[in-house]
Design a protein around this ligand. Structure first.
Ligand code: NAP
Length: 275
């Protein structure tokens, strides 16, 4: 018996077995849930279908819990409509929807925020923030009363985290979108939340400079360590489950308490100890 027995839903944003979406999905499937997954579309000339293969290496491990794996570029309304049609055909209605997607060009991530290009800003916002609105709207008719929608965010959307740059602006927009969507879907009995994860080594995380941030978290966070994929996966699954049924429009931090600090905390001891 698992707490996702009989529950069905969509997981958007697995790239490989280090993806946060995979940590959440694995917990859901281990608890009895059944999932449909997306992968970034492969180019027609890519006969090896590398994007699909990366994700299927994960999903193939859970044949009894994976119902489908479909291409999705959230920059395309037709792709979003197609995956919702697929979910409707396979599941009828769904109990959970995970949006774990972000993208900004490396050029824009690496330059100071003040120099962000117009096109780069538009693309990062479209893929990383607007896509939650588009996906929630397309899913509206198949979200069962009591269903839960979850997106993934980072502290750089609340405070200035140098290096996170344009993505920080996207996460602020994403968190605001989450609250407005929670308002719109509330009457339907659908909840919408965001999980703010501490730095984790993933494909997207490496682009955003996670290594350095992990050193800081170890020294500053009240827990004195970084969080794990498994911890984020468990809280993500909990937010997508009926155990969190009174919570909506919330940003839940899974970061060892880092966001609560108003000073570098124990990291100051290093300076005090210096001769
Ligand atoms: P990840 O494994 O690279 O996942 C990002 C996913 O977004 C990938 O599956 C990627 O697909 C997908 N994606 C990008 N553009 C897309 C598009 N146009 N259409 C559809 N999918 C697209 O990295 P992750 O760290 O797990 O990131 C997941 C979420 O967690 C992101 O929102 C990220 O900002 C957030 N987050 C990460 C951290 C961290 O430290 N890692 C901390 C807090 C929040 P492809 O890889 O196939 O391109």
């Amino acid at each position: 018996m698992g707490y996702f027995d009989g529950k069905k839903g969509l997981i958007l944003g697995v790239a490989n077995d280090r993806s946060i979406a995979w940590a959440v999905a694995r917990e859901i499937m281990q608890q009895g849930g059944v999932c449909g997954f997306s992968h970034l579309p492969d180019k027609p000339e890519d006969e090896k279908r590398k994007n699909r293969r990366r994700v299927s290496q994960c999903t193939d491990q859970f044949p009894d819990h994976v119902r489908f794996l479909e291409p999705l570029d959230v920059g395309k309304d037709a792709d979003i409509a197609a995956i919702m049609d697929k979910a409707a055909a396979e599941f009828g209605q769904i109990d959970f929807l995970l949006h774990s997607i972000a993208f900004a060009s490396l050029d824009d991530l690496r330059r100071d925020t003040i120099e962000t290009s117009r096109e780069g800003f538009k693309m990062a916002m479209e893929i990383s923030a607007y896509s939650l609105v588009a996906v929630a709207n397309a899913a509206r008719k198949i979200l069962r009363p009591g269903a839960s929608v979850l997106t993934m965010t980072y502290f750089g959307g609340e405070k200035c985290v140098p290096g996170y740059n344009v993505m920080g602006i996207c996460k602020a927009a994403l968190e605001a979108a989450m609250r407005y969507l929670a308002y719109d879907l509330g009457p339907q009995g659908v909840r919408v939340n965001a999980l703010s994860a501490g730095p984790l080594k993933t494909l997207a995380g490496s682009a955003a400079g996670v290594g350095e941030m992990q050193d800081l978290y170890e020294q500053i966070a009240p827990l004195g360590r970084n969080v794990t994929h498994e911890e984020v996966g468990r809280t993500g699954a909990w937010l997508l489950s009926s155990f969190s049924d009174g919570i909506t429009a919330e940003v839940v931090h899974v970061d060892g308490g880092y966001n609560a600090m108003g000073s570098p905390g124990r990291m100051l001891d290093r300076f005090k100890a210096a001769p």
